[in-house]
Design a protein around this ligand. Sequence first.
Ligand code: HEC
Ligand code: HEC
Length: 133
Amino acid sequence: MVLCLALLCPGHPLAGTVDHREAFSRLLPAGELLYLPERFSPCLVCHPKALAEDEDFNVDTRFRDTGLGKNLHWIHVSRQPQGTNCSACHRADAATGAPSFLPGIRLAMSETGGRCAPACHRPKEYRNAGRAR
Ligand code: HEC
Ligand code: HEC
């Protein structure tokens, strides 16, 4: 799927071109805790369902941890009993519509993964085995 390849390739002609404001406005409120796939269905029009719903770390995402052997999107979005919506970490830039991160999660990405220090849990790191950004 061309759109997914674009995500892994910052130099791709599509990079930063998709206005995400409309999709974010259609998400259910971030405070919704129950597992409801329709919470994030506005994103699945273009992004693969496996990103949020497959547990295995081999899923095509950089938000994974090779030590845990898990897809960290799955851990946050789909794991029972509660889950967080995409908007707990992602947002659309108000001026350009480009996807960006909430400053509050204090995310620092590196060549080999990243670390964050959100209000939700103690600072944590992930290693994604250098999956290209
Ligand atoms: C109309 C199709 C479409 C929809 C709907 C959509 N996206 Fe995207 N998204 C893309 C494309 C294409 C890219 C890569 C180009 C870009 O960055 O604009 C992208 C990029 C991203 C990125 C950045 C990837 C990177 O490498 O930096 C994130 C994060 C993201 N989307 C999250 C979301 C979330 C969360 C939603 C739902 C609220 C969503 N998207 C809805 C098409 C879409
Ligand atoms: C707990 C925080 C968090 C939540 C919740 C979250 N994401 Fe992400 N997402 C991230 C981080 C962190 C990255 C960047 C990982 C990296 O590049 O090292 C990312 C990357 C992405 C990307 C870029 C491609 C990739 O997978 O690496 C897309 C697209 C994306 N997220 C979509 C979504 C969608 C859609 C949802 C909701 C179903 C969602 N995210 C929920 C933290 C989150």
